[in-house]
Ligand binder design. Structure first.
Ligand code: AHR
Length: 488
């Protein structure tokens, strides 16, 4: 039996809605085919964007979308993706499968996508192979309300009004695919590039510096020491693998119980990373002005057999749902430093929320977790203490319940998951002396390796009623391998 104590008098502050952000790169079938099919496609679309996918993204109230990469960002030259389609440059996407990128999805198409979804854009500029002038002019093109030649180019391409893009990444993984830089060198590059990303009108750019790879604390130290004064956010990338090497990351669907727990235990390491990097950031930024922006996270498994290895297409099971539940609870609990997070990636790539095949679309278990957690966006985080027995195997075990709580408009949202692959769990929820009066719930549950496919999609969110109020506390019976949202 597990216990959860929620204390409404203790809070780390507001859970930024941007923690529920997403990421779409020019990679495999994420943009092309997954989101953008072109105006002439038989697949129903508005201005080239798949209607089914846009509707699914809207239903999640998706707050922010990161683009164009990823590694692609540091090879992307934005001028190749504007103007008449027939004049757009064809390039080879060297990072992802060596396919030809025809640049038919560019700046205007991305902003049209964000308009349709109703989310904010987060654009990553090119430091690795682009110039300071190129990045500076992209910001000017997007945001200038003056009549410079660069702004006039935007008018000529159909947008008189500036786009007022706020979130701006200065390079991606510059310690790796973005230029193999040392932190000292990147810190100086960051200072230089960001200085020419000007502010236009009332729009204030939120500048994100490339942050560490996983637990690389030296990178954070050097960046904070040398460039904290001119950054608003510092990114963090952290993926969870099941296998022990990049050549053997494990199958997305075919895994043992031991591998199920191994993956979940590994995903909990996100908390250590957030704590480690936050501690360094606290020394240079005790007021917590600078946000930790976890702009790539999620499970990274071997590609589905028979698919292009460069396209990173993987299925998505209840194990992925569990990792999403664990990770989002971690971000909620560290909302005093984590300001944004972007799961990788939205459609058909890595831990996707949506999969497509031709004109068909399926929502993954990870999608449903984002749906269950929507109530936390912009809510006040509440202290949520969990006491639970361990579950798992001798080598890979962890507390069987993960949870986080928040409050908005007098309603408490509690999200909790029963990690156990085979045992239900009774959880008693108390409100620090206050009586629980009534509750309602929704749940996602299934066997650990169940997934939704195009012909059969057994997993969806349903109403959950298996709880009762006893002595002012809520007693919940969570089925094995389940994620629930309970509002009090
Ligand atoms: O999300 C896939 C890739 O992972 C991104 O392009 C890169 O930034 C990271 O290494």
């Amino acid at each position: 039996m597990a216990k959860i104590s929620i204390d409404r008098s203790r809070s780390k502050g507001t859970i930024s809605r941007y923690i529920y952000g997403h990421f779409a790169e020019h990679l495999g079938r994420c943009i092309y085919g997954g989101i953008f099919v072109g105006k002439d496609s038989k697949i129903p679309n508005v201005n080239g964007m798949r209607t089914d996918v846009v509707e699914a993204m809207k239903a999640l109230e998706l707050p922010v979308l990161r683009w164009p990469g990823g590694c692609f960002a540091d090879e992307y030259h934005w001028r190749d993706g504007i103007g008449p389609q027939e004049n757009r440059k064809r390039m080879v996407n060297t990072n992802w499968g060596g396919v030809v990128e025809d640049n038919s999805f560019g700046t205007h198409e991305f902003l049209e996508l964000c308009r349709q979804v109703g989310c904010e854009p987060y654009i990553t500029g090119n430091v690795g192979s682009g110039t300071v002038q190129e990045m500076s002019e992209w910001v000017e093109y997007l945001n200038s309300d003056g009549d410079s030649s660069v702004a006039q180019e935007r008018w000529a391409n159909g947008s008189k009004e500036p786009f007022n893009v706020r979130f701006w990444g200065v390079g991606n993984e510059n310690w790796g695919c973005g230029g193999n830089m040392r932190p000292e060198f990147y810190a100086d590059q960051y200072r230089r590039y960001q200085g020419f990303c000007r502010q236009y009108g009332k729009n204030k750019l939120y500048k994100v510096a490339c942050g560490p790879n996983g637990d690389d604390q030296n990178w954070t130290e050097v960046l904070m020491k040398n460039a904290a004064f001119c950054m608003d956010g510092l990114s963090l990338h952290s993926y969870t693998l099941c296998g022990d090497t990049w050549d053997n990351k494990g199958s997305a669907t075919d895994f043992t119980e031991e591998e199920y727990y191994k993956t979940l235990v590994r995903s909990t390491l996100m908390e250590e990373k957030v704590v480690h990097h936050s501690a360094i950031m606290d020394r240079y930024d005790p007021a917590k002005r600078i946000g930790l922006i976890v702009d790539e996270w999620g499970n990274w498994f071997d590609v589905e057999p028979g698919t292009n290895p460069g396209f990173l297409y993987q299925q998505n099971t209840m194990r992925d749902a569990m990792v999403a539940a664990i990770t989002l609870n971690i971000f909620n609990r560290h909302c005093d430093r984590v300001y944004m997070a972007n799961i990788a990636q939205t459609v058909n790539v890595l831990q996707a929320i949506i999969l497509t095949e031709g004109d068909r679309m399926v929502l993954t278990p990870t999608y449903h977790v984002f749906d269950l957690y929507r109530g936390h966006m912009d809510a006040r985080e509440l202290d949520c203490f969990v006491e639970a027995e361990k579950t798992g195997t001798e080598k890979w075990n962890m507390p069987c319940v993960t949870a986080s709580a928040s409050e908005k408009d007098g309603r408490i949202t509690l999200t909790l998951a029963n990690i156990s692959a085979d045992k239900p769990e009774e959880v008693t929820v108390s409100l620090n002396g206050e009586c629980v009066k009534e509750a309602c719930g929704r749940i996602l549950e299934g066997e650990r390796d169940t997934y939704n496919d195009f012909d059969k999609a057994p997993l969806s969110v349903r109403k959950f009623t298996d709880f009762e109020v006893r002595d002012g506390k809520l007693v919940v019976k969570l089925p094995r391998c389940s994620v629930a949202e309970i509002t009090l």
